[in-house]
Design a protein around this ligand. Structure first.
Ligand code: ZN
Length: 321
């Protein structure tokens, strides 16, 4: 049988099949054979593989993985195989084993992700655009579509908020405008999530819990209880879980988790800004251009002429530090 991993708990994997949850173990034999995919810098798909024994702190099975398992009755089973992964959302962490000082490794947050959903409030707290830009770069590098979700629109300065949101829409991102208080945008947000695996990114306090409760009664509280207990985001062992939606699909929350991809040497961050990407070949110094001080930089020129938003450009420079 096959199912989707919704939860991991001390060596037990909760695999969902239809509306049933099967608690599965995994054999040592399989654990040794498993491979850990690392996202490919060029396309965000999976090319490079490493043997798990090289990075044995990384769980070979991620939330969202499709697995083949043998049922053992009584809601239990054993996982035999992990099916090939689709888009993987990962992040950069410091090697927990510290075999090499400050070595950075990529940790899988979730596999087979259909969309990344950065969630932030239009007000109280006020939006941190740089943080949103970091989330967007992370999604771009993984090749995962984005749905930006803005909450608390009922208390926002509508005009100012719109100007900011339209910038992101011009760049090409879909933006969902919601309020858990008035119910604005909740139905269409629900539609956008149904049948998909979505990973929510964002700090706590942005109104995610009330929005999820409005989306599906009790969902917000459930997510908060389970993820909130350990979700400080600093550690590799941060608890992650997918929560099923009534209409199909699921939501993975990553409260406050620091999300940024592991970049390879020579990788140009600007290529993950859709409005900068088409101009990258036009810099005088080509691939050697850092887009910060070089003469004849096509990105800088476009900022000067107003074709590229200055704040987005400054966000790019800040991400390098
Ligand atoms: Zn340049």
């Amino acid at each position: 049988m096959t199912g989707t991993v919704y939860r991991k708990d001390r060596g037990l994997y909760h695999v969902r099949v239809g509306s049933e949850m099967v608690r599965c173990s995994i054999s040592n034999r399989l654990r040794k054979q498993l491979f850990y995919p690392v996202s490919d810098p060029a396309g965000g798909t999976l090319r490079r593989v490493q043997k798990v024994k090289d990075i044995d702190f990384v769980d070979p099975i991620a939330i969202g993985d499709l697995v083949a398992f043998v049922p053992a009755g009584d809601g239990a089973g054993m996982i035999k195989d992990v099916l090939p992964r689709g888009r993987v959302l990962g992040r950069r962490i410091t090697d927990p084993k510290r075999r090499v000082q400050n070595r950075q490794v990529e940790q899988v947050i979730a596999a087979n992700v259909d969309q990344v959903v950065p969630v932030f409030a239009a007000a109280n707290p006020k939006p941190r655009w740089h943080l949103l830009d970091r989330y967007l770069v992370t999604a771009e590098r993984a090749g995962i579509p984005v749905l930006v979700c803005v909450t608390k629109l009922d208390i926002a300065d509508r005009e100012r908020t719109e100007a900011d949101l339209e910038l992101y829409e011009r760049v090409g991102y879909r933006v969902s405008r919601t309020s858990a208080v008035t119910g604005e945008g909740v139905d269409s947000f629900r539609e956008d999530l149904t049948g998909k695996t979505s990973v929510f990114l964002g700090k706590s306090g942005v109104g995610k819990t009330s929005l999820l409760n409005r989306l599906q009664p009790g969902l917000g509280l459930l997510v908060k209880e389970v993820s909130g207990s350990t979700g400080k985001g600093r550690h590799a062992t941060t608890h992650l879980e997918m929560f099923p939606l009534d209409g199909g699909g699921g939501v993975v929350d990553t409260p406050g988790m620091k999300v940024f991809p592991l970049l390879d040497e020579g990788e140009d961050l600007a290529s993950y800004f859709p409005e900068m990407r088409p101009r990258l070949g036009d810099c005088r110094f080509g691939a050697d251009c850092s887009h910060s001080h070089e003469p004849g930089c096509a990105i800088k020129d476009a900022v000067e002429s107003g074709e590229i938003d200055r704040r987005r450009y400054e966000s790019l420079l800040k991400m390098r530090c």
